[in-house]
Design a protein around this ligand. Structure first.
Ligand code: HEC
Length: 111
C-alpha cells in the first residue's frame, strides 16, 4: 500500500515537472549538475574533481574563507583561471532561486 502510494506520488510529480517547469530541489540540481566534479558528498573526491582541484566543502576552514556572495557568483557566472574555464556558468541552466538554494546546500556540507 505504501509503495503504491509512493509510486503514484512520484508519477504525479513527474507529470507536474513535465508540464510546468518547476524549480528542482537543490539536492536534485546538485546531483545532476555539480556532483560530477564536487562529489555527492561535497568533498570533490571524484576523478574530475581531483584533476581540477576542487575544494572540500565539508572542511570548515574552506567554508570560512568563502562568502555567500562568492558562492553565488561562482555558480551564476562560473569560475575562470585567466582565460581557462574551470567551472561553467549555470545562469542559463538554473534559475536565480535554484542557485540561491544551491548556495545554502553547499553550506550544509560543512560538518
Ligand atoms: C566541471 C567541473 C565542475 C562542475 C560540473 C561544477 N563545478 Fe563548481 N567548481 C569547479 C572548479 C574547478 C571550481 C574552482 C575551484 C577552485 O578554484 O578552488 C569550482 C568552484 C565552485 C564554487 C566557488 C567556491 C570555490 O570552491 O572556489 C562554488 C560555490 C561551486 N563551484 C559550486 C558548484 C555548483 C553548485 C555546481 C553545480 C550547479 C558546480 N559547482 C558545478 C568545478 C565544477
Amino acid at each position: 500500500m505504501k509503495t503504491s502510494l509512493k509510486i503514484a506520488a512520484l508519477g504525479a510529480s513527474l507529470l507536474v515537472a513535465g508540464t510546468i517547469s518547476q524549480a528542482a530541489p537543490a539536492s536534485e540540481n546538485w546531483e545532476a549538475n555539480c556532483a560530477k566534479c564536487h562529489g555527492a558528498d561535497g568533498k570533490g573526491e571524484t576523478k574530475v574533481g581531483k584533476k581540477l582541484k576542487v575544494k572540500d566543502y565539508t572542511d570548515a576552514a574552506v567554508q570560512a574563507k568563502l562568502t555567500d556572495d562568492e558562492l553565488l557568483k561562482a555558480i551564476t557566472t562560473g569560475v575562470k583561471e585567466g582565460e581557462k574555464e574551470k567551472m561553467k556558468a549555470f545562469n542559463d541552466v538554473l534559475t536565480k532561486e535554484e542557485i540561491a538554494d544551491l548556495v545554502a546546500f553547499v553550506r550544509k556540507f560543512k560538518s
